[in-house]
Design a protein around this ligand. Sequence first.
Ligand code: SAH
Length: 376
Amino acid sequence: MDDGKRKTPGCAVTTPLACRLKRQIQLAGPITVADYMAACLFDPDYGYYTTRQPFGSDGDFITAPEISQIFGELVAIWVIHLWMERGEPAPFCLAEIGPGRGTLMSDMLRIFRSLRPDMLQAASIHMIEASPKLATVQKDRLAGEPIRWAGEISQLPEQPLILVGNELFDAIPARQYVRTGSAWHERMVGLDQEGNLCFLAGPGSLDPALLPPGKAEKAEGAIFEIAPAREAMAQSIAAHVMRCGGAALLFDYGHLMPGYGDTLQAVREHRHEDPLASPGHADLTSHVDFHALAKACAVAGAEAAFLEQGEFLRMMGLRERVNRLAAGLPLSRAQAVREAAMRLASPEGMGVLFKAMSIHPPGLEPYPFAMPGERN
Ligand code: SAH
């Protein structure tokens, strides 16, 4: 039942994790795409996030906070605005989830100190990080700051919560289903006749009622993705916000409407490669289905709202901040500031593919998801 896609010649001798996975598959059979993704990202010995520090221009890929300090600065303004709008609760919990190298928090703290040091006094700051290696990187970067580290949302204090996160959901494993005949079978990673990792269709299949419209027209081999672990994460953030008050702001790339397609992708040294080529050595992500996340938030009684990243940044004052920052710089550095901002906000860059998502109690959309006076 091989779906015929993405055979990986030469996969036999790639990485230590490939050897381990092959042995596991020989002994116990194929594994789901979600388990493959989880091993590639978080295997304690060989996982990408557990062994590497991948972000930045010298890493495998670059993220918004690493592209420009302005990203973190505008997110900080959003935090301050929300805190004020909610009546300046004290104490409150300020959390970042999936903080990578700690750059976003570092840029936010600078703004908090200069604009609202009293807000900082009222905040119990938490970083939620799954990778012990990255938590160490963050602790070094933010040494001396009044920050506590946690492994998951449930460890946050029961206080009003303002939570931010960038590119968290895309790094949480997703499952795939492949059309095989009239059924949609779970896509697995197994071994081909030469003993190389390959994709194949497993025995388990998806209840067709869970498929979005258009399933009948899909060709043999078409892919549908779901990510229960992402939905569970969104739901636990939403439940915390409903219990304690506050809101969350999460940036990620993906689609607002459910659909079909194989979005699993591997990136190494700023280049795309076959997701089976070098497990543990490449970053592995897939597009986020924001529609599914909104439904998960609704289960917890919360609401979700969305803006394209470019729109969000412009409404938070991107242009003004760029002009202000560039004004004091020599021409070439000013140009670099403008180019970085373009990359964050233009449709050719990250401005449209990336979305800003707010999770909040019903009717309490924070600015700029609803303009003042627009609320019902
Ligand atoms: N926000 C950073 C890093 C993005 S990469 C930036 O924009 O540069 C994804 C981050 O999420 C990594 O720090 C990874 O270790 C973390 N992560 C992945 N799954 C997580 C989980 N379940 N809980 C907390 N952190 C997680």
